[in-house]
Design a protein around this ligand. Structure first.
Ligand code: TYD
Length: 218
């Protein structure tokens, strides 16, 4: 498989604004990969390991201004370090395809490019914690902010801290992800999430067929 030299697995992250339909698309891609015999591990951030899930609760519940920008980013990265050590790397070493709902690009987009922290601090944390252990492929699901907020607002759960930061912030997040994709076109693919579920799934499969054809063949 076309994964990183150091491990036999393959690492995919899904990114995008709130309500872009990442979890649905992750399930469909996982089904397709399992259909050709791959072992697939689905995970998410913040979270994905017991320690990181405990940190998730601290991050996603409460008022929008609960954490200062640097504290928020450190908590995201504390969770990510645990997630990498306990869940992602062991699965990659077993040869699994790991699909994560959000990873380091979320910190760059939300805290770095849209938030007050700025990209330099986030880059420093990235180098410290992730370095060469990042995704082989990142799918960025792109959707106009209004539509995303409409879709995610309908869930009404307690984890609304980031949704509650407002449309201007969300627009900066969207532009942040597009900027990341422009900077790293080999790793990232932007897929429009505006169309129906089946069309979006088909586009994601096309990206994989083009870039990593072995992944979806037996
Ligand atoms: P979640 O309920 O998982 O939302 P979604 O379904 O949109 O992924 O909440 C995750 C929230 O945390 C989301 O609003 C984005 C935010 N977030 C950051 O701000 N920085 C990060 O590094 C990560 C991983 C998530």
């Amino acid at each position: 498989m076309a994964g990183p030299v150091s491990s036999p697995g393959f690492f995919i992250s899904f990114e995008g604004g709130d309500g872009a339909g990442k979890s649905t698309q992750i399930q469909l891609l996982a089904d397709a990969l399992r259909g050709v015999g791959r072992q697939v591990v689905i995970t998410r951030e913040p979270g994905g390991s017991p320690g990181a899930e405990a940190i998730r609760k601290l991050l996603l519940e409460g008022a929008a201004d609960k954490w200062s920008p640097i504290t928020e980013a450190l908590l995201m990265y504390a969770a990510r370090a645990d997630h990498l050590e306990r869940t992602i790397e062991p699965a990659l070493h077993r040869g699994a395809v790991v699909i994560t709902d959000r990873f380091a690009d979320s910190t760059m987009a939300y805290q770095g490019l849209a938030g007050e922290l700025g990209e330099k601090a986030v880059s420093t944390l990235y180098k410290l914690v992730v370095a060469s252990r990042g995704p082989d492929l990142t799918i960025i699901l792109d959707l106009p902010v209004e539509e995303g907020l409409k879709r995610s607002g309908a869930t009404g759960d307690a984890e609304q801290r980031f949704e509650s930061k407002g449309a201007t912030y969300q627009e900066k997040v969207r532009q942040g992800f597009l900027e990341i994709a422009r900077r790293e076109p080999e790793r990232c693919a932007v897929v429009s999430a505006k169309d129906g579920i089946a069309e979006v799934a088909e586009r994601i499969r096309e990206v994989i067929q083009t870039r990593f054809p072995k992944l979806l063949s037996r």
